[in-house]
Design a protein around this ligand. Sequence first.
Ligand code: NAD
Length: 245
Amino acid sequence: TRIRPSSKRCAVIGGSGFLGRHLVEKLLGKGYTVSVFDIRQSYELPGVTFHQGDLCDKQALLTALQGVSLVFHCASPAPASDDKALFQRVNIQGTQTVLQACTEAGVQKVVLTSSASVVFEGTDIKDGREDLPYAKKPIDYYTETKIEQEKLVLKACDKEKGLLTVAIRPHGIFGPRDPQLVPILVDTARRGKMKFIIGDGSNLVDFTFVDNVVHGHILAAESLRPESPICGKAYHITNDEPVRF
Ligand code: NAD
């Protein structure tokens, strides 16, 4: 038996992660029923159903997506890894599997967490817009597969079939429980490796507070309707001002 998807029932793939958990908490506060799908369970929260599984496993996904109308896909291997095969398996094949499972389960909307690095060629970008082309020479395997992942998700947007998609492209994310950015900076500084400046000290880098990233995801989800111009598009997301480094 198939449960009819409810508009307030959503799933967060990668919901045990840094961004995913913030998203889950905000969604609960907004009255959504939330299922988390992740290879690990990192917390417990009343009102959240956890499904432990690999997103490359369609059957496991189908169980978690029963009755779900909205899916946030924010799972990825850690960007610092150089395991090319893992990135390809999870970000490319895995995303194809997620999209197939969404179609089979009758999911109506998919919001992908992409990355601003998909347009980064190694040279400065200021006020970069979404019409910038994808990087021809992505900086690492992570980015190479984030590009393919984003293309797959946006291409899957099909009003006739009833699946709408959108991608959000944050750059660095900071905030409570951040496992990477600030801890790595602090650790590097402690080891005495932050005593030099690259450039003349006026370089800018873009970081977004995690709640703003969450807000952007939820706005995208709630605006995603067949007549909406955001269907099948990617959006950069940031705070007001970039952080001066
Ligand atoms: P995170 O590592 O904290 O969370 C990722 C989650 O994905 C983890 O809980 C992990 O267990 C899960 N996961 C990994 N492989 C999986 C698999 N095969 N099946 C199921 N779950 C799996 O990372 P994050 O910082 O929360 O990043 C979330 C998303 O945001 C990612 O897509 C990342 O590319 C994107 N992003 C992050 C940043 C940042 O600064 N943190 C910047 C730009 C984009």
